[in-house]
Ligand binder design. Structure first.
Ligand SMILES: [Zn+2]
Ligand SMILES: [Zn+2]
Length: 343
Protein backbone atom coordinates (compact mmCIF):
# COMPACT_ATOMS: atom_id res chain seq x y z
CA UNK A 1 0.00 0.00 0.00
CA UNK A 2 0.98 3.64 -0.37
CA UNK A 3 2.32 5.79 2.45
CA UNK A 4 4.24 9.03 2.78
CA UNK A 5 7.46 8.66 4.75
CA UNK A 6 9.88 11.08 6.37
CA UNK A 7 13.15 10.51 4.51
CA UNK A 8 15.23 13.13 6.35
CA UNK A 9 15.01 16.86 7.10
CA UNK A 10 12.82 18.59 4.46
CA UNK A 11 12.26 15.30 2.63
CA UNK A 12 8.95 13.49 2.50
CA UNK A 13 8.45 10.75 -0.08
CA UNK A 14 5.66 8.55 -1.37
CA UNK A 15 6.55 4.89 -0.77
CA UNK A 16 5.12 1.42 -1.06
CA UNK A 17 5.11 -0.21 2.36
CA UNK A 18 3.78 -3.60 3.50
CA UNK A 19 0.06 -3.91 4.16
CA UNK A 20 -0.51 -3.79 7.96
CA UNK A 21 -1.57 -7.09 9.53
CA UNK A 22 -3.67 -6.84 12.69
CA UNK A 23 -2.02 -8.57 15.66
CA UNK A 24 -4.20 -10.03 18.40
CA UNK A 25 -6.24 -7.22 19.97
CA UNK A 26 -5.67 -4.89 17.02
CA UNK A 27 -7.81 -3.55 14.21
CA UNK A 28 -6.80 -2.17 10.83
CA UNK A 29 -8.28 1.22 10.00
CA UNK A 30 -8.70 2.31 6.40
CA UNK A 31 -7.78 5.99 6.72
CA UNK A 32 -10.48 8.44 5.62
CA UNK A 33 -8.89 11.74 6.73
CA UNK A 34 -5.71 12.59 8.57
CA UNK A 35 -4.90 16.13 9.69
CA UNK A 36 -1.47 17.59 9.00
CA UNK A 37 -0.25 18.61 12.44
CA UNK A 38 1.95 21.61 13.14
CA UNK A 39 4.30 19.31 15.03
CA UNK A 40 4.76 17.17 11.90
CA UNK A 41 5.61 20.30 9.90
CA UNK A 42 7.99 21.34 12.63
CA UNK A 43 9.74 17.97 12.55
CA UNK A 44 9.95 18.11 8.77
CA UNK A 45 11.47 21.60 8.70
CA UNK A 46 13.68 21.39 11.78
CA UNK A 47 17.45 21.22 11.59
CA UNK A 48 17.60 19.96 15.16
CA UNK A 49 18.44 16.26 15.66
CA UNK A 50 15.09 14.46 15.58
CA UNK A 51 13.81 11.24 17.15
CA UNK A 52 12.63 10.21 13.70
CA UNK A 53 15.94 10.82 11.95
CA UNK A 54 17.59 8.88 14.80
CA UNK A 55 15.30 5.93 14.12
CA UNK A 56 13.53 6.03 17.51
CA UNK A 57 10.33 6.87 15.62
CA UNK A 58 9.41 5.00 12.44
CA UNK A 59 9.13 7.15 9.27
CA UNK A 60 5.34 7.41 8.69
CA UNK A 61 3.78 10.35 10.57
CA UNK A 62 0.07 11.15 10.94
CA UNK A 63 -1.76 11.02 14.28
CA UNK A 64 -4.99 13.02 13.77
CA UNK A 65 -7.23 10.65 11.89
CA UNK A 66 -10.51 8.94 11.21
CA UNK A 67 -11.35 5.96 9.05
CA UNK A 68 -13.31 2.76 8.80
CA UNK A 69 -12.46 -0.65 10.26
CA UNK A 70 -11.07 -2.86 7.49
CA UNK A 71 -9.72 -5.87 9.41
CA UNK A 72 -10.02 -7.36 12.89
CA UNK A 73 -7.23 -9.11 14.80
CA UNK A 74 -7.76 -12.17 16.96
CA UNK A 75 -9.89 -11.63 20.03
CA UNK A 76 -11.35 -8.29 18.95
CA UNK A 77 -15.05 -8.02 19.72
CA UNK A 78 -17.48 -5.18 19.34
CA UNK A 79 -16.28 -3.82 16.00
CA UNK A 80 -17.53 -4.69 12.56
CA UNK A 81 -15.92 -4.17 9.16
CA UNK A 82 -16.79 -0.79 7.66
CA UNK A 83 -17.55 0.85 11.00
CA UNK A 84 -16.41 4.52 11.18
CA UNK A 85 -13.98 5.42 13.96
CA UNK A 86 -11.67 8.16 15.18
CA UNK A 87 -8.35 6.91 16.54
CA UNK A 88 -6.73 7.95 19.81
CA UNK A 89 -3.08 8.02 18.72
CA UNK A 90 -1.73 7.69 22.25
CA UNK A 91 -3.30 4.45 23.35
CA UNK A 92 -2.22 4.65 27.02
CA UNK A 93 -1.25 1.39 28.81
CA UNK A 94 -4.07 1.49 31.37
CA UNK A 95 -1.87 -0.03 34.09
CA UNK A 96 0.56 2.60 35.35
CA UNK A 97 0.20 5.19 38.13
CA UNK A 98 -0.81 7.91 35.65
CA UNK A 99 -3.36 5.79 33.79
CA UNK A 100 -4.92 4.65 37.06
CA UNK A 101 -5.19 8.22 38.31
CA UNK A 102 -6.85 9.45 35.11
CA UNK A 103 -3.82 11.36 33.77
CA UNK A 104 -3.47 9.03 30.80
CA UNK A 105 -1.71 11.76 28.81
CA UNK A 106 1.26 11.37 31.17
CA UNK A 107 1.54 7.59 30.63
CA UNK A 108 5.05 6.70 29.47
CA UNK A 109 3.91 3.49 27.76
CA UNK A 110 1.75 5.09 25.07
CA UNK A 111 1.44 3.34 21.74
CA UNK A 112 2.29 6.46 19.75
CA UNK A 113 0.61 5.97 16.38
CA UNK A 114 2.51 8.23 13.98
CA UNK A 115 5.56 8.12 16.26
CA UNK A 116 6.85 4.74 17.44
CA UNK A 117 4.22 3.05 15.31
CA UNK A 118 3.14 3.62 11.74
CA UNK A 119 0.95 6.68 11.34
CA UNK A 120 -1.93 7.60 9.09
CA UNK A 121 -0.18 9.28 6.17
CA UNK A 122 -0.95 5.89 4.65
CA UNK A 123 -3.86 4.00 3.15
CA UNK A 124 -4.28 1.81 6.22
CA UNK A 125 -2.90 1.57 9.74
CA UNK A 126 -3.05 -1.08 12.48
CA UNK A 127 -3.94 0.16 15.98
CA UNK A 128 -4.93 -1.44 19.28
CA UNK A 129 -8.70 -1.93 19.28
CA UNK A 130 -9.05 0.26 22.36
CA UNK A 131 -7.52 3.19 20.44
CA UNK A 132 -10.51 3.19 18.07
CA UNK A 133 -13.50 5.24 19.20
CA UNK A 134 -16.76 4.77 17.39
CA UNK A 135 -18.37 7.50 15.29
CA UNK A 136 -22.14 7.41 14.87
CA UNK A 137 -21.94 7.45 11.07
CA UNK A 138 -19.62 8.29 8.19
CA UNK A 139 -20.93 11.86 7.84
CA UNK A 140 -18.62 13.04 10.64
CA UNK A 141 -15.40 11.43 9.31
CA UNK A 142 -14.16 14.76 7.95
CA UNK A 143 -14.82 16.96 10.99
CA UNK A 144 -13.87 14.25 13.48
CA UNK A 145 -10.33 14.26 12.09
CA UNK A 146 -9.96 17.36 14.30
CA UNK A 147 -10.84 15.41 17.46
CA UNK A 148 -7.20 15.12 18.51
CA UNK A 149 -6.26 18.82 18.28
CA UNK A 150 -9.62 19.83 19.82
CA UNK A 151 -8.82 17.47 22.71
CA UNK A 152 -5.50 19.29 23.09
CA UNK A 153 -7.32 22.64 23.19
CA UNK A 154 -9.91 21.52 25.77
CA UNK A 155 -7.19 20.03 27.97
CA UNK A 156 -5.27 23.31 27.90
CA UNK A 157 -8.35 25.18 29.17
CA UNK A 158 -8.81 22.57 31.88
CA UNK A 159 -5.18 23.08 32.89
CA UNK A 160 -5.96 26.79 33.12
CA UNK A 161 -9.16 26.09 35.13
CA UNK A 162 -11.28 28.33 32.91
CA UNK A 163 -14.46 29.52 34.59
CA UNK A 164 -17.53 30.90 32.81
CA UNK A 165 -17.37 34.64 32.20
CA UNK A 166 -13.59 34.91 32.42
CA UNK A 167 -11.53 36.88 29.94
CA UNK A 168 -9.21 34.68 27.89
CA UNK A 169 -6.19 35.85 25.94
CA UNK A 170 -5.01 33.42 23.25
CA UNK A 171 -1.57 34.05 21.76
CA UNK A 172 -1.47 32.60 18.24
CA UNK A 173 -4.22 32.08 15.66
CA UNK A 174 -3.07 28.75 14.22
CA UNK A 175 -5.19 25.59 14.51
CA UNK A 176 -4.51 25.06 18.23
CA UNK A 177 -5.17 28.73 19.05
CA UNK A 178 -8.42 28.75 17.10
CA UNK A 179 -9.61 25.43 18.53
CA UNK A 180 -8.85 26.87 21.97
CA UNK A 181 -11.03 29.83 20.99
CA UNK A 182 -13.91 27.51 19.96
CA UNK A 183 -13.56 25.47 23.15
CA UNK A 184 -13.44 28.60 25.34
CA UNK A 185 -16.56 29.95 23.65
CA UNK A 186 -18.30 26.64 24.23
CA UNK A 187 -17.36 26.87 27.91
CA UNK A 188 -18.96 30.32 28.15
CA UNK A 189 -15.78 32.33 28.52
CA UNK A 190 -16.34 36.08 28.73
CA UNK A 191 -14.28 38.21 26.37
CA UNK A 192 -11.85 36.31 24.18
CA UNK A 193 -8.88 38.14 22.66
CA UNK A 194 -6.68 36.47 20.03
CA UNK A 195 -3.30 37.89 19.08
CA UNK A 196 -2.02 36.92 15.66
CA UNK A 197 0.30 38.65 13.17
CA UNK A 198 -1.45 37.34 10.02
CA UNK A 199 -4.46 39.45 9.00
CA UNK A 200 -6.25 36.46 7.42
CA UNK A 201 -6.03 34.54 10.69
CA UNK A 202 -7.22 37.54 12.69
CA UNK A 203 -10.26 37.74 10.40
CA UNK A 204 -10.96 34.03 10.83
CA UNK A 205 -10.70 34.29 14.61
CA UNK A 206 -13.28 37.10 14.60
CA UNK A 207 -15.57 35.00 12.39
CA UNK A 208 -15.19 32.13 14.88
CA UNK A 209 -16.31 34.33 17.75
CA UNK A 210 -13.27 36.13 19.16
CA UNK A 211 -14.32 39.52 20.56
CA UNK A 212 -11.03 41.10 19.59
CA UNK A 213 -8.23 40.03 17.28
CA UNK A 214 -5.09 42.04 17.87
CA UNK A 215 -1.85 42.39 15.97
CA UNK A 216 1.04 41.61 18.34
CA UNK A 217 3.15 44.17 16.46
CA UNK A 218 1.02 46.80 18.27
CA UNK A 219 1.96 45.35 21.70
CA UNK A 220 -0.69 42.76 22.51
CA UNK A 221 -0.58 43.31 26.28
CA UNK A 222 -1.33 47.05 25.95
CA UNK A 223 -4.37 46.17 23.85
CA UNK A 224 -5.51 43.47 26.30
CA UNK A 225 -5.21 45.96 29.18
CA UNK A 226 -7.29 48.48 27.21
CA UNK A 227 -9.96 45.90 26.41
CA UNK A 228 -10.17 44.83 30.07
CA UNK A 229 -10.25 48.32 31.56
CA UNK A 230 -6.67 47.98 32.77
CA UNK A 231 -7.20 44.75 34.71
CA UNK A 232 -5.71 42.19 32.30
CA UNK A 233 -7.04 38.78 31.32
CA UNK A 234 -7.92 36.01 33.78
CA UNK A 235 -6.34 33.29 31.67
CA UNK A 236 -3.74 33.41 28.90
CA UNK A 237 -2.99 30.47 26.62
CA UNK A 238 0.33 30.51 24.78
CA UNK A 239 -0.17 28.62 21.49
CA UNK A 240 2.99 29.56 19.57
CA UNK A 241 6.06 28.48 21.52
CA UNK A 242 8.28 31.54 21.21
CA UNK A 243 9.56 34.08 23.75
CA UNK A 244 7.68 37.08 22.32
CA UNK A 245 4.24 35.49 22.72
CA UNK A 246 5.08 34.15 26.19
CA UNK A 247 6.12 37.71 27.12
CA UNK A 248 2.73 38.89 25.83
CA UNK A 249 0.92 36.27 27.91
CA UNK A 250 2.69 37.22 31.13
CA UNK A 251 2.20 40.94 30.50
CA UNK A 252 -1.49 40.50 29.60
CA UNK A 253 -2.52 38.45 32.64
CA UNK A 254 -4.01 40.12 35.71
CA UNK A 255 -2.56 39.61 39.18
CA UNK A 256 -3.59 36.18 40.41
CA UNK A 257 -4.27 35.01 36.85
CA UNK A 258 -3.15 31.86 35.07
CA UNK A 259 -0.95 31.25 32.04
CA UNK A 260 -1.04 27.94 30.18
CA UNK A 261 1.88 26.93 27.98
CA UNK A 262 0.50 25.01 24.98
CA UNK A 263 3.10 26.04 22.38
CA UNK A 264 6.12 23.77 21.92
CA UNK A 265 9.16 25.84 22.87
CA UNK A 266 12.32 24.93 21.01
CA UNK A 267 14.45 27.16 23.24
CA UNK A 268 14.58 27.74 27.00
CA UNK A 269 12.62 30.73 28.29
CA UNK A 270 13.49 32.61 31.44
CA UNK A 271 10.85 33.82 33.87
CA UNK A 272 11.28 36.58 36.43
CA UNK A 273 10.23 34.60 39.50
CA UNK A 274 10.06 37.71 41.67
CA UNK A 275 7.42 39.04 39.29
CA UNK A 276 5.63 35.70 39.40
CA UNK A 277 5.62 35.91 43.20
CA UNK A 278 4.46 39.53 43.34
CA UNK A 279 1.70 38.96 40.81
CA UNK A 280 0.72 35.50 42.06
CA UNK A 281 0.76 34.22 38.52
CA UNK A 282 0.33 30.49 37.99
CA UNK A 283 2.02 28.98 34.95
CA UNK A 284 0.86 25.52 33.88
CA UNK A 285 2.11 23.25 31.15
CA UNK A 286 -0.37 21.25 29.10
CA UNK A 287 0.37 18.03 27.26
CA UNK A 288 -2.09 16.16 25.07
CA UNK A 289 -5.41 15.17 26.62
CA UNK A 290 -6.96 12.60 28.90
CA UNK A 291 -10.77 12.26 28.97
CA UNK A 292 -10.87 15.33 26.70
CA UNK A 293 -10.34 13.14 23.62
CA UNK A 294 -13.76 11.50 23.94
CA UNK A 295 -15.26 14.82 24.95
CA UNK A 296 -13.85 16.40 21.78
CA UNK A 297 -15.28 13.62 19.63
CA UNK A 298 -18.72 14.08 21.19
CA UNK A 299 -18.65 17.87 20.78
CA UNK A 300 -17.71 17.54 17.11
CA UNK A 301 -20.13 14.73 16.27
CA UNK A 302 -23.07 16.43 18.01
CA UNK A 303 -22.30 19.71 16.27
CA UNK A 304 -21.88 21.52 19.62
CA UNK A 305 -18.52 22.73 18.29
CA UNK A 306 -18.26 23.33 14.56
CA UNK A 307 -14.65 22.84 13.52
CA UNK A 308 -15.34 22.86 9.77
CA UNK A 309 -14.27 26.52 9.20
CA UNK A 310 -10.77 25.39 10.18
CA UNK A 311 -10.52 22.82 7.40
CA UNK A 312 -8.76 24.63 4.55
CA UNK A 313 -8.29 21.92 1.95
CA UNK A 314 -7.74 18.25 1.17
CA UNK A 315 -4.69 16.61 -0.37
CA UNK A 316 -3.93 13.10 -1.66
CA UNK A 317 -0.95 11.06 -0.45
CA UNK A 318 0.63 11.80 -3.80
CA UNK A 319 0.43 15.56 -3.18
CA UNK A 320 1.37 15.42 0.50
CA UNK A 321 5.15 15.90 0.03
CA UNK A 322 4.55 19.13 -1.90
CA UNK A 323 1.91 20.21 0.64
CA UNK A 324 4.60 19.90 3.35
CA UNK A 325 6.80 22.25 1.29
CA UNK A 326 3.97 24.76 0.82
CA UNK A 327 2.83 24.66 4.43
CA UNK A 328 6.31 25.26 5.80
CA UNK A 329 7.10 27.96 3.22
CA UNK A 330 3.99 29.93 4.23
CA UNK A 331 2.58 28.95 7.60
CA UNK A 332 -0.32 31.38 7.31
CA UNK A 333 -1.62 30.06 4.04
CA UNK A 334 -3.84 27.34 5.49
CA UNK A 335 -5.40 26.31 8.76
CA UNK A 336 -5.99 22.55 8.91
CA UNK A 337 -5.09 20.53 5.82
CA UNK A 338 -6.57 17.03 5.68
CA UNK A 339 -4.94 14.17 3.82
CA UNK A 340 -7.40 11.79 2.15
CA UNK A 341 -5.23 8.71 1.45
CA UNK A 342 -8.01 6.74 -0.20
CA UNK A 343 -9.31 9.47 -2.50
ZN1 LIG B 1 -1.09 16.88 16.42
ZN1 LIG C 1 -0.05 4.06 31.56
Amino acid sequence: MKAVAFAGPRKMELRDIPEPQPAAGEVVVQVAYCGVCGSDLHEFASDMPSMRAAGVFQPVMGHEFTGTISALGEGVNGFSIGEPVVVHPGGPCGECYFCKSGAVNLCAEQTGTGYREQGAYAERVAVRAKQALRLSDTSSLERAALTEPLGVAIHSLNRGVLRAGETVFIAGGGPIGLLTLLAAKHQDAGKIVVSEPAASRRELSLRLGAHHAVDPAQVASVQVREITGGLGCDLAVECVGIAATMDDCLASTRRGGRIVVAGAFEHPYSVNLLNLLLQEHSIAGTFGYASEFEEARDLIVSGAIDVSPLISRFVSLHDLPSAFEELTADRNRDQKVLVAPNG
